[in-house]
Design a protein around this ligand. Sequence first.
Ligand code: GLA
Length: 404
Amino acid sequence: MHTTPLRSLAAIAAALLATAPLSAQKAENLALTPPMGWNSWNTFQTNIDENLVLGVAKAMKENGMLAAGYRYIVLDDGWMTKTRDAQGNLIPDPVKFPHGMKALADELHAMGFFFGLYNCAGSMTCASYPGSQGHEYQDGLLYAAIGIDYLKYDWCNTGTRNAQEAYTTMRDALHAAGGRPVVFSLCEWGHSEPWKWAQDTGHLWRTTGDITACYDCESRWSRGWKKIADFQATNADLIKAAGPGHWNDPDMLEVGVGDMTLAENRAHFSIWCMMAAPLIAGNDVRNMKSEILAILTNKEAIAIDQDALGKQGMRIHSDPVKEVWLRELSGGDWALCLLNVSDQSQFLSLKWADIWELPKHLAIRDVWTHADLGTTDTLPVLSRSVTAHDVMMVRLCAPKPAAK
Ligand code: GLA
């Protein structure tokens, strides 16, 4: 029998790895639909600790968020000490995480969650903790030892670094560390238009600067999530870059954060679903109103976000009163969302015949009232009074072949 010495096998493996196309070095079959989970930043900033994370996980398990798909629990900035140790290793903050990060990861895994951490491609993170620049492979080994499943990688203090080079280095470091498959979340705020180059580098990339919650905002439309939605609404290059394994990230959800009305929370969530956005909740899920939980766990809206075809929707009409968003779904279905952008209730209406993309004979299902409204034949015009900043969102279902 011909045998190959181990040493040559290792050499062959190394050569294969070196010449493998980029996509083979990104953990495959991850994020085939937009990632869903919870991240500590939007509500807690760096005020995070073990009790908070475990409390959040317990709440998400009990309130149905885990079952609805929110699987990734991600600790954002502030999980480590302000300096590395003498060997250059990052140190999880022993006061915030007295049992260590691996124990926390193990506990979350045992509860059925995935676990994520944050760092930055610069010398320091945005909140001035040690960044990964020059330590990528060392940090990759630590993450593998902890057992992370997700890394959010930020862009502060990067000086003149080239984004593609910096993110590729960290991707390769994660891969080389040989830990659990890691969803790699690029957070360089769209500066280098990552939708043009990052499909083989990360599983999601931020397209803009930070989302802001609205506390007593004079105009909620000119700040916060609507500004980001406007940026993504019709950008064809950006929209076509999304697909299974690589998503545009308009930033984490502000649903249940700040003082948005219920309608605005619902509209924010709906537009994120239309955009095939990652659904990363950022509110205090241990203490939220039942109406907010109902938005975050609306199965029909989530099914649109998580549609297997992975095509991002876009805005096909915009005027001072309404916007119309359209998204093609798998199986010949479509999602359509009418958004009242005015500050009063409006009677919104839409004639199916005006949307040339749509096929005929579709059944209309209201995603928020969970009602069947008829078909595009029996109801040729969709119309309803919609309160200020609210949406009407429907799924248009293609006739399904009768079961034999
Ligand atoms: C940047 C990111 C945010 C958050 C903070 C943490 O601003 O864009 O999402 O991670 O850093 O410092």
